[in-house]
Ligand binder design. Sequence first.
Ligand code: HEM
Length: 468
Amino acid sequence: ITCRVRKPAGYPPGPPGWPVLGNLPSLAQNAHLQLTAWRGTYGDVFSVKMGLQDAVVVSGKDAIREALVRKAEHFSSRPELFLMRRNNHRNGLVMRPYGDQWKVLRRFSTSTLRSCGMGTGIMEDKIILECQHFCTALKEKADQPFDLTHLLHNAVANIICSMAIGKRFEYGDPTFLRLMEMVERAMVLFITAHVINIYPVLRFFPVVGRPYKEWMDLSASVHKCIEDIIPQQQKSQDVSDEANTIVDAFAKSVELNSDSLPDQSLIYLLIDLLGAGTDTAGNTLRWGLLYLVTHPDVQTKVQAELDEVVGRDRPPAVSDKPNLPYTEATIMEMQRIRTVVPLSVPHCTTSDTALLGYDIPAGTDVLINLWSLHMDPGSWDNPDKFDPSRFLDGNGQLQTNDSFMPFSTGRRVCLGEQLAKMELFLFLTNMLQQFTFTLPEGARPNFDGVLGVTLRPHPYELLAVKRG
Ligand code: HEM
């Protein structure tokens, strides 16, 4: 488990907690909201006790930048969580501790995603093709209430699969559906079973130990499933061929020993990319649609802008982006109002350090509160209001806000940021070009969300009405 550290005199203050449990009872549900409320009392850097484990919570744009950018060497590791150690997941990229092996794997992943088309027209073509499949599937559901979670997650996951293994899966493919369900469940279990990270001994107890067993079974099943979907011929790639999937590139790199990639990292890297890339983008789009059906004026404005700039005869393209400021602002507002990774991925200090005058020892868990950043009344007028125009200047041109960081910042900034932005743009514009979305009669939208690693909307149904 994470090393327990001695607290220095200048350690940040924090809310009082219970003996043994610390602040865990207050954080059991909607931790992002409680941590945001405590920021009001204790400031931008404060401490909490997760059972016997200390963590420091960082909020506000200045403190976050100071930690993740200016003091990146000190704040860029990941906690050594028991659950991750047991399922070997520290072999991947997301939970790998900061250091040379992480750097090698991150460099490899970035350059491979680029050579597989990230940020280029190749990627755009793949996403547009997937959007077409997706809209065809939507047409079949037109005019009847339905929950598009599986369809959307399947479509988004297909983008990663096409880059990873050069293949997409038909919607409804039972193996792929099962894989998606498992990835989704793992995001929730990571939080439900967190208590085992703090008290590993609890895994031997009958009821509290159950999530641990489920976690281990699930990890094994996901591992096996990914292993099975890697095409055999790609497992032994001919080094002379141009690599156009992540699996090819990995095989080639190992063969040439060009990168000294960490052992066994391929499967874990693929699980990471699928997990990090599906739940995030899928849930952002689901939140976005929920806000659009409850704010039809915004939906109409986006459609009007699309009609004027793109028309209906061709699919929207990335090159249209500069001419679609309202649409872009709407996507940014979707990402702001429901931060889909509200507490980022946990960080950990690598050495004794200081932040805003507080002393923080090496090995302290650090939670970056992106939710509070996006809901900060000091940075946003009426932060609870869904209002894309906050991202536009007086001339209707896009303007950013330096408190907007849905992908975090610094060395561990989201690896898939470029890909995700392209996906959000192309999926949303393709959907709104072809359909108008509404809520079924009597539906009561719920904006609270369910917190796992990601914040997902409660299941909901909508109607997709084909535009005339
Ligand atoms: C990490 C957000 C999509 C791959 C992260 C982090 C955030 C984030 C907040 C944590 C950064 C930190 O630790 O400070 C998002 C959002 C997405 C999205 C909001 C979509 C809307 C994707 C996609 C991919 C991806 C499509 C796939 C290529 C990763 C990876 C990491 C990461 C591999 C870990 C990086 C590392 O530890 O070095 N993402 N992400 N993400 N994301 Fe994303």
